[in-house]
Design a protein around this ligand. Structure first.
Ligand code: PLP
Length: 392
């Protein structure tokens, strides 16, 4: 019966079975658990069927893990300390020195540096393949390619990978696929149904949803999650704090509700921006000016997500000026929050990147990443209207 539940019912109900007497999940902050006897201790280590030590697993963390696995339609999930801990753990569990990975262009900057700088230091080479060209992924394969790593939509360009096409290429070559589903969330896009093996999340963003808990998750088959848990999580120690897992599990309970609002608001704002004289272009997966609009409607059936990017005709200075004049929207680097947040990457996150490299990565001078919250869309538009007028 649980398999047939809707996304919203799963988001609320899954995980509550772990503490049937509690109407909401209890918070277990204990680092470790006391055994009744030496015999029970020995049994616990042999079977691992009860909590032992929180880096190995924790009852509160398990609530979050069960919810994410259910929403992604996967057998299991493991929670991590941050999105980067999820990305790094998923990759490190599946590569070794001498291996090669193919990753998409348009990666989140932390992932990009991990793939292009850190992994090579451990003997794992990487090639980047053009996000919107499945054939480029096949062309980049080598005999030692172990993983194809995707992020769709990508941060911050919102360029997409054709997930089903690339997963099929990977399957034909016996290669594992991993995707970062942070921007879409399982409400809008279900990569496992499209043939992907492993999903990673920055739960810091939409899953938690309230801007108050860093966290992440790796999602996949039970065997894969065991591998990630016993390897990188236990040995590198990127486990989540139970308190953060409790906050994120609570956030997930309203994820489907919130995403409906994020999706609706973001589409409305994309439409409004597209008609604004100071805006050169707008990119949003569910708005027809996105170069991959048709693909988005297919592989993101739930909605286009909560992030809109647009380019100001006034370039760099106009971006800085908009940042200075918004009042409702918060000037900050994150996304996926109930509050509307905006970033001008050229003057902030990508300030230290040389202009040529920044432009090559699609981060143009007047690019704004607008992470639309769940406030009333008309109030967000009023704020943008006023701030754009002030920077004209
Ligand atoms: N993946 C994506 C797509 C992100 O946007 C981010 C952070 O912005 C991360 C991973 C890393 O998440 P965290 O900041 O929780 O480590």
């Amino acid at each position: 019966m649980k398999e047939n539940w809707s996304m919203q019912t799963k988001a609320v109900q899954i995980g509550t079975e772990l503490a049937p007497q509690d109407v909401s999940p209890p918070l277990h902050m204990a680092n470790t658990y006391i055994f009744e006897s030496a015999e029970q201790a020995a049994h616990a280590f042999e079977c691992e069927d009860q909590p032992i030590y929180t880096r190995w697993g924790n009852p509160t963390t398990e609530v979050m893990e069960r919810k994410i696995a259910a929403l992604e339609g996967a057998q299991a999930a493991i929670a991590t300390a941050s999105g980067m801990a999820a990305v790094a753990s998923a990759l490190m569990a599946n590569v070794a020195a001498g291996d090669h990975i193919v990753a998409t262009t348009g990666l989140y900057s932390g992932t990009y540096h991990f793939v292009t700088e850190d992994l090579p230091r451990y003997g794992v080479e990487s090639t980047l393949a053009q996000a919107d060209d499945p054939a480029a992924f096949e062309a980049a394969l080598r005999p030692n390619t172990r993983v194809i790593y995707l992020e769709s939509p990508g941060n911050p360009t919102l360029m997409m990978n054709d997930i089903a096409a690339i997963a099929a290429i990977a399957k034909a070559h016996g290669i594992l696929t991993i995707i970062d589903n942070t921007f879409a969330t399982p409400v809008n896009q279900r990569p496992i149904e499209l043939g992907v093996d492993v999903v990673v999340h920055a739960a810091t963003k939409f899953l938690g949803g309230h801007g108050d808990a860093l966290g992440g998750a790796v999602v996949g088959s039970a065997a894969m999650i065991e591998r990630v848990k016993r390897g990188p999580i236990r040995r590198l120690g990127g486990c989540i704090s139970p308190f953060n897992a409790w906050l994120i599990a609570r956030g997930i309970s309203t994820l489907p509700l919130r995403m409906v609002r994020h999706n609706g608001n973001a589409l409305r704002i994309a439409e409004w921006l597209a008609g604004h004289p100071q805006v050169a272009w707008v990119r949003y997966p569910w708005y027809p000016t996105h170069p991959q609009y048709k693909l988005a409607r297919q592989q993101m059936p739930g909605g286009g997500g909560g992030v809109v990017v647009f380019e100001l005709k006034g370039g760099f200075d106009a971006g800085v000026c908009l940042m200075d004049h918004v009042e409702l929207a918060a000037r900050t680097v994150s996304l996926g929050d109930v509050r509307t947040l905006l970033t001008h990457p050229a003057s902030t996150t990508h300030h230290s990147v040389c202009r040529e490299a920044r432009l090559a990565a699609g981060i143009t001078d007047g690019l704004i990443r607008f992470a639309v919250g769940i406030e009333d869309a008309e109030d967000i538009i009023d704020d943008l209207h006023r701030a754009l007028a002030a920077s004209a």
